[in-house]
Design a protein. Structure first.
Length: 276
């Protein structure tokens, strides 16, 4: 079962340890479990959905305290948390499903945005970093690549994603236990303009920052949304409950046809500033 600590011991992937299976070759090239990957990594076809929640900022900060980051309050006592699911179909790392639990945060040396307006302004311009607390996937290769190249907290488990004409659903189970199941309206015809999305992760006692760019078609944005299903046994589900879930999301988003690009990361010691 997945450890809930920030500095958690990584699970083996089909009996293999990531750092013994991967190698940095230089010039943005990596050898991942016998296959060479060159940055930037391109995703040519994916579908994604996300629920955004307001949560107790004190509980959220306690949860991520060892990261050295600080959750962003959109108003006093309330931080943001995102639950998302992505179906990667055409991708340099293969075909796989991914879920994530993330928090918009500030990093050491960054000023805190003003409540509500300041946080939303930074988010809309790709200037607000999202700390990836957990990122389960259902494929071995992307687990090694995600860990070794970008420091993402990936492990192999059960992530199921269904995209219909009017509704999308994402379900994440670990060791047979439900963690979360989210939904969002689908079927929109708006375009999602290219948007930077800086992601943060913690691995090997370092903080990692990666800038990705996402764009797409078939964007559907809705205020509110369906109350997610949250498990009651798994440690991660209990953490979500401590944050105040299940409850209605603040907003829900889906993109039917998404494209993404992921550059190389910057890694610094915990508590140090990033250069950009």
């Amino acid at each position: 079962m997945q450890d809930t600590a920030i500095l958690a011991q990584e699970e083996l992937v089909s009996g293999k340890q990531t750092d013994q299976t991967c190698e940095a070759l230089g010039d943005g090239r990596y050898l991942i479990d016998g296959k060479e990957i060159t940055l930037p990594v391109h995703v040519n076809a994916a579908s994604m959905l996300m629920n955004v929640f307001t949560v107790d900022s004190r509980v959220a900060q306690q949860l991520i305290a060892d990261s050295g980051f600080r959750v962003v309050e959109i108003w006093p006592g309330k931080a943001l948390m995102q639950l998302l699911a992505v179906d990667y179909r055409e991708n340099d790392l293969g075909d796989y499903n991914e879920a994530a639990i993330s928090f918009p945060v500030t990093t050491p040396g960054q000023s805190r945005p003003l409540p509500l307006i300041g946080a939303m302004w930074r988010m809309m311009r790709g200037k607000l970093c999202n700390y990836i607390y957990r990122m389960p996937v259902n494929q071995d290769f992307t687990t090694h690549a995600g860990r070794f190249i970008w420091g993402f907290p990936k492990w192999v488990t059960d992530v199921d994603i269904q995209f219909g004409e009017e509704r999308a659903e994402g379900c994440f189970r670990d060791d047979g236990q439900l963690v979360f199941k989210i939904a969002a309206k689908a079927g929109g015809n708006s375009k999602a303009a290219a948007q930077e999305a800086p992601s943060l992760a913690i691995r090997n006692h370092q903080a990692w920052k990666t800038v990705g760019i996402t764009e797409g078609e078939g964007l559907t944005f809705s205020m509110g949304g369906d109350i997610p299903e949250i498990g009651d046994q798994h440690p991660l589900a209990r953490q979500l409950r401590a944050l105040g879930l299940p409850k209605k999301p603040m907003c829900s988003i889906s993109i039917k046809e998404a494209k993404m690009v992921f550059e190389g990361p910057e890694a610094v010691a915990l508590g140090e500033r990033f250069s950009r």
